[in-house]
Design a binder for this molecule. Structure first.
Ligand code: IPE
Ligand code: IPE
Ligand code: MG
Length: 240
């Protein structure tokens, strides 16, 4: 596939696994299992298209309130995904990382995650970021608290009147060092952000599709990217 202009950073809210399963009289977890196949297909296409950053919302800070069986299954799926995919990530020079507060993630899942992050840290072909136990409000509050602490400890200087710069603030977010997303895709027909990257998507192009995440494969990604091609990003300026 050839695209006239392609985003450098794509973020995806992978939603609709439960509904996909329900439609087929399957257990919700089957929807999550099928959703992993979509993630694999999308990662594969994204490497081919030479997109440098992919950030996927895998588990929100609010998702901890789901029934414990579902949370447990999602956590097991996470470590399984990482274990199975690690050789693929290494072979394809994909750097895995995560954003979110992983304190609550069970030890074994956390261990495989951190191991994979460490083993892939020098790769630059694609940065695949998993948003795990991620909440944007928490991220912003955490950044503000850390800035206040560092200021008190004289680790940073904030000039009176100038305030905190966007650059400084961004460096305290989980996404420090990453460019902001150019394109955000949400599947399943919901038109909301569900506490995802609220600060980072100020000027991101947004694409909502009714396709459920387990049905979202390469052809759906292509359709989304074709739609992105037509977008005119003005950033507040007049059109040139
Ligand atoms: C997205 O699918 C995956 C997670 C939030 C972990 P859902 O599980 O939210 O599926 P629906 O929205 O209930 O269909
Ligand atoms: C958002 O989906 C989180 C993820 C996709 C991981 P949810 O299914 O949790 O969002 P709501 O509850 O419908 O807003
Ligand atoms: Mg959902």
């Amino acid at each position: 596939m050839n695209f006239k202009n392609i985003p450098k950073h794509i973020a995806i809210i992978m939603d609709g696994n439960g509904r996909w399963a329900k439609k087929r009289n399957l257990h919700r977890i089957q929807g999550h299992v099928e959703g992993i196949k979509s993630l694999k297909a999308v990662v594969k296409a994204i490497i081919e298209y030479k997109i440098k950053y992919l950030t996927v919302y895998a588990f929100s800070s609010e998702n901890w309130s789901r029934p414990p069986e579902e949370v447990d299954s999602l956590m097991s799926l996470l470590s399984e995904y990482i274990r199975i995919e690690l050789p693929y990530l290494i072979k394809n020079e994909i750097r895995l990382n995560f954003i979110g507060n992983i304190d609550k993630i069970p030890e074994n899942s956390k261990k495989s995650l951190l191991e994979a992050v460490n083993k892939t840290k020098n790769f630059e072909r694609l940065r695949l970021t998993l948003a795990l136990s991620y909440g944007s409000k928490e991220e912003i509050l955490n950044a503000a608290s850390k800035i206040a602490e560092d200021f008190k400890k004289n680790k940073i200087d904030i000039e009176e009147g100038a305030g905190i710069s966007g650059e400084l603030f961004s460096s305290y977010l989980y996404t420090a060092g990453m460019p902001e997303p150019d394109f955000l895709i949400r599947t399943s027909g919901e038109k909301r952000l569900s506490n995802f990257m609220l600060y980072q998507i100020a000027y991101t192009e947004i694409y909502f599709t009714g396709t459920l995440w387990p049905d979202f494969r390469r052809k759906n990604l292509n359709a989304a990217l074709k739609n992105y091609e037509k977008r005119i990003r003005r950033f507040g300026k007049t059109e040139v």
